[in-house]
Design a protein around this ligand. Structure first.
Ligand SMILES: C[S@@+](CC[C@H](N)C(=O)[O-])C[C@H]1O[C@@H](n2cnc3c(N)ncnc32)[C@H](O)[C@@H]1O
Length: 247
């Protein structure tokens, strides 16, 4: 229970932003019923990204997490399962979780597989029992939708679940490259306007020191990785691998 007015304020911001992003993706699911890519913002200048972007992303996270056929993997913020199903074919089991009921319905309809289960849930509210048999976790192109306290809660849960060996957080928008992405006055004004209206364009941009602090305060350690240079997002996003500190 939040006790101070500061904590109550943080909780209110979390609720408002959760509501905002959930509505955003529920609307996307309907608006782009004919495009699984567009439903989860896998677009470049409004057009669907190439399949190679997904293939490269899946290849990177497979390598970084060292996935094999014994792994039981959780895909946090799985959307409509575009990555979930692709990763599932090399591992024992997959569980995908997303707070959008409509995207989970699409996942079940279009990206089902015998070793995959999809559930509706807010990743910042999962408890340890959800991860009781999970060995590795990934969250791709989604950390921008979590407030710092939400990410911290999630990391503490993951850190206190001993069977989890490693966590991959991919596609983090880099606060230190904000002006490389919004690279002229018009684009930067658009970014600022959306922030001021409480309707962020992409979400929270994380600098590596900010993210490192949240990870280390949760008792874990992080290694930052550049994205594969062939990915269109490599010029403003980075990946990271989160593990337990060695004793
Ligand atoms: C940009 S999409 C990425 C989907 C998928 N990971 C991919 O790379 O194709 C972001 C996803 O995060 C989900 N999401 C955002 N915040 C969430 C939360 N707190 N709990 C669960 N899902 C969340 C959204 O519903 C959406 O499906």
């Amino acid at each position: 229970m939040p006790t101070s007015s500061w904590e109550r304020g943080r909780t209110k911001i979390e609720k408002v932003m959760t509501h905002y992003w959930k509505n955003y993706y529920e609307a996307n699911a309907d608006k782009f019923a004919d495009s699984l890519m567009k439903q989860v913002d896998r677009t470049i200048n409004g057009a669907e990204e190439e399949q190679s972007e997904i293939d490269l992303t899946v290849e990177s996270l497979r390598q970084v997490l060292n996935l094999d056929s014994t792994d039981q993997v959780a895909d946090l913020c799985c959307g409509n399962g575009l990555l979930t199903r692709a990763v599932a074919c090399g591992v024992a089991t997959m569980i995908g979780v997303d707070f959008s009921e409509k995207l989970i319905a699409c996942a079940n309809r279009f990206n089902a597989a015998s070793n995959v289960r999809y559930v509706v849930g807010d990743v910042s509210k999962l408890d340890g029992s959800f991860f009781s048999s999970v060995t590795k976790v990934f969250m791709e192109s989604s950390v921008q939708h979590l407030e710092s306290d939400e990410l911290s809660r999630l990391l503490r849960t993951l850190g206190s679940t001993p069977n989890i060996e490693a966590v991959f957080i991919g596609g983090v928008p880099d606060a230190d490259r904000l002006s490389v992405y919004y690279d002229d006055d018009r684009k930067m004004a658009f970014y600022r306007q959306r922030e001021a209206e409480g309707r962020p364009h992409i979400g929270t941009w994380w600098s590596q020191p900010q993210l490192q602090k949240v990870v280390e305060d949760s008792g874990l350690r992080v290694r930052f990785l550049p994205q594969d240079a062939r990915l269109t997002s490599a010029y403003y996003r980075y990946d990271c691998l989160i593990e337990r500190p060695s004793r």
